[in-house]
Design a protein around this ligand. Structure first.
Ligand code: FES
Length: 110
């Protein structure tokens, strides 16, 4: 079990451009990208596993985020690689909406 922390408000997404489905947030030292997806949310480490570009600057399409640097794609919920050149998954986080707030589950302290 990890620890749940508030990461954002749903209103934070309302202030984004209409076609933008991702939001970069910082939660207790973790750089995370939140995704607004059909039927829910996704949360991944905001660092591409290929050459460390920000996934929050990529395009979101059909449940995948496409890194803007070289085009690797990852599942927005699981972080699994869906397209090269990346070969390693990115870390995913459990995420849920509580009222008007978005909460993340972070790993426990070591
Ligand atoms: S840095 Fe993301 S695909 Fe290369």
């Amino acid at each position: 079990m990890g620890r749940w922390v508030k990461a954002a408000d749903t209103a934070d997404f309302a202030s984004l451009p209409a076609d933008s489905l991702s939001l970069a947030v910082e939660a207790e030292g973790y750089d995370i990208v939140l995704f607004k997806l059909p039927g829910g949310w996704g949360a991944l480490d905001d660092t591409c596993s290929h050459e460390y570009s920000k996934l929050s600057e990529g395009e979101v399409w059909d449940g995948r985020v496409y890194c803007e640097k070289h085009g690797s794609s990852f599942d927005c919920r699981s972080g699994e690689v869906r397209g090269l050149p990346a070969t390693e998954d990115v870390q995913s986080f459990a995420v849920e909406q509580r009222g008007e707030e978005i909460w993340l589950e972070l790993p426990d302290y070591a």
